[in-house]
Design a protein. Sequence first.
Length: 398
Amino acid sequence: MSRVLIIGAGGVGGVVTHKCAQNPKVFTEICLASRTESKCKAIAGQLKRKIQTAGVDADEPANVIRLIRKFKPDLVVNVALPYQDLAIMDACLATGVNYLDTANYEPPNKAKFEYKWQWAYRARFKQAGLMGLLGCGFDPGVSNIFCAYAQKHYFDEIHTVDILDCNAGSHGKAFATNFNPEINIREITQRGKYWERGKWKETDPLSVHQTFDFPEVGPKEMYLMYHEELESLVKNIKGLKRIRFWMTFGEQYLTHLRVLENVGMTRIDPVMYEGREVVPLKFLKALLPEPSSLGKNYTGKTNIGCMIEGVKNGKPRKIYIYNVCDHAECWKEVKAQAISYTTGVPAMIGAMMMLTGAWRKEGVHNVEEFDPDPFMEKLNAHGLPWVVKTLRPGQMKV
Ligand code: NDP
C-alpha cells in the first residue's frame, strides 16, 4: 500500500502517471498535481484507473505542504521544473515525506545547474529519517545506473566514460524542444565542460563535435556538452580518468538556435517592453510547442547509452550499454514521445525502488549510490530494454 504525489503535468509527468497507474500493486493511490489542474485532469482522463488531481503552485513550500497534508503521500515525485526542487524538498522535510526528482536545481536568474544546493539537504533529510533520490530520469538517471552496473559486473576500475545521447526522431515541426523549452535552451547554450585527470575543462558552446554511428539509428553528429550527471559520477565512480557527455543535434535545430541566440531571444535577463518587464526566453517558451504535444506524429528512435573503458583482471575492457526507444511505440502506449518516456519510466522505477524498500538510505543521494541490479531488471520489464555490447579497444571509437 503506498500513496504517491506526482508534481508536474507536462510531457514527463504524463508518462510517470501512466506508468504508476499501470502498477497498482506498488502505487495504490496516485495524485497528480500541477500549476494548471486542467492538464492533470486531461492526463487522468487517459487512464483506465481513477486518480486524484490538484492545482498547486510549487514555487511556494506552503502550497506543497498544504497539499501533502491533505493527500498524505509516502513519496513526492517532482517532475515539474528544476526551479521548484528546493521548495518541494522543504515541503517534504516539513511534512516527513520522501522525495525524488529528475533534474537538479538551478536558480531562475542564472543558467547554472549544480548539485550543491540539493546536496546541502543531506544532513537534514538524514536527521528526519527521510530519503531524497536525485536525478532519476534517463540522463541523469539511467546513464548513472549504467555506470554503476558496469562498475559492479564488468570492471575492477573504470577509466573513461562517454555518455552518448541521440534523438534521431522527427516531430515534423520547424523548431521544438523535447523537454521544457526554457530548461532545454538554457542547458544547450551553456559552455561545454568535461572532466579529465582531476580537472574540469571548458569548451565553447557546441564547438567540439564528431560523427558517431549509433546502433539501430545510423551516423549522427554529436556535440560535447556539460550535463549534470558528470558532477556526481566523478565522485562516485572509482578510478575514473575522464568523463564526457555528448548529444546529437540536427542542422535545422542548430540553425534555429543560432538565429534565436543572435537576436537575443534566448536571454534570461528581463528587458523592458511596452512598460513591463519581459524575459525573452520565457516569452519564446510560450510560443514553442509543449513537449507533451509532440508525440502524436513523432517517428524514429532514440539511442542513449554509455561507452565505458577500463580494466578487469588486469586486462583492458570496453563495453557499450544502451537503450533504443521508438517514438511511435511510446505514443501508442502512453500518448507521449520518447524523450518524455525515457525520463518518466525511470522516475516511476525509482519510485518503485523506494516504496518497495529495494533502495533505502536516509539522506539525499544520487542513483549510482544504490545496487543497480533491481533497477536494471525493472527497465527491461517496464519498456526500456537495454543491451550490453562487449567491444575491442578501438572499436566504435569516440
Ligand atoms: P514540461 O514543460 O512539459 O512540464 C513541466 C510541468 O511543470 C508543466 O506541467 C508545468 O505547468 C509544471 N510546472 C511549472 N512550474 C510549476 C510550478 N511552479 N508549480 C507546479 N507545477 C509547475 O516539461 P517536461 O515534462 O518535459 O520536463 C519535466 C522535468 O523533467 C524538467 O525538470 C526537465 O528538466 C526534466 N527532464 C529530465 C530528463 C532526464 O533524463 N533526467 C530528461 C527530460 C526532462 P504548466 O503546464 O502550468 O506550465
